[in-house]
Ligand binder design. Sequence first.
Ligand SMILES: Cc1cc2nc3c(=O)[nH]c(=O)nc-3n(C[C@H](O)[C@H](O)[C@H](O)COP(=O)(O)OP(=O)(O)OC[C@H]3O[C@@H](n4cnc5c(N)ncnc54)[C@H](O)[C@@H]3O)c2cc1C
Length: 212
Amino acid sequence: MIEREQIEMDVVFVGAGPANLAAALHLKAEIKKHDEFVEKGIKHGPAIGDIEIAIVEKGPFVGAHILSGAVMDPKAIRELMPDFLDQGCPVDSVVTEDAFWYLTESRGINAPIIPPPLKNKGKYIVSLSKMCEWLGEKCEEAGINIFPEFPAAEVLYDENNAPTLSPVWMRSIAAARSGATDSTVILSKCFSGGTCTVLVTKIASTGATAKC
Ligand SMILES: Cc1cc2nc3c(=O)[nH]c(=O)nc-3n(C[C@H](O)[C@H](O)[C@H](O)COP(=O)(O)OP(=O)(O)OC[C@H]3O[C@@H](n4cnc5c(N)ncnc54)[C@H](O)[C@@H]3O)c2cc1C
């Protein structure tokens, strides 16, 4: 029988892509804001206090499996962290001009009109991998636990299919390399008492969604 270490977490995000890293930071900030409001009497109800948040990532480090360069619309990062540039966000440059060229074999024609989805003036050119590495550091500074080399292999439900306990079954690459099999189970339940495991997220220049 396989002995599995269990690490209790309140919220588990699967995948350290830009969406989950931003969502974890946002969650931390919202909890802090909520607790401050409760303390000042602006909000009623209990404070949430410290909760354990984990992000598991299959790559050897945050950003390792993020390949694309990107034009980043700063709308979302500005909302998350208004002083993102002062905080060292690794942007390469700002787009100062847009041009749309139709290229033939022998010449190029500069189009007089640029289709709106291709307008990027004012946006930033980034390496998404570096961006994630930096967001990962910000998460760790905020007390979020990051587990690299942990591919989430399977979601497990209890016998009643109840969402009160929803472990994500992790197979540690390190353990697999050393000959062991499924070695770690991370249990997640959210701070409100239910289960919260964020499995799939998508973020683009225009916004983000997260399924929980
Ligand atoms: C070629 C290309 C160019 C692009 N250009 C732009 C652009 O210019 N501007 C723009 O805004 N968007 C661009 N995008 C889209 C952008 O990259 C995605 O919208 C964004 O990366 C999605 O973020 P995400 O966090 O949802 O997921 P991802 O970036 O896909 O991150 C998912 C993370 O989860 C990890 N993971 C996956 N499965 C598991 C598992 N089972 N267990 C543990 N970890 C796991 C992965 O290793 C990865 O780190 C581009 C995409 C591509 C492919």
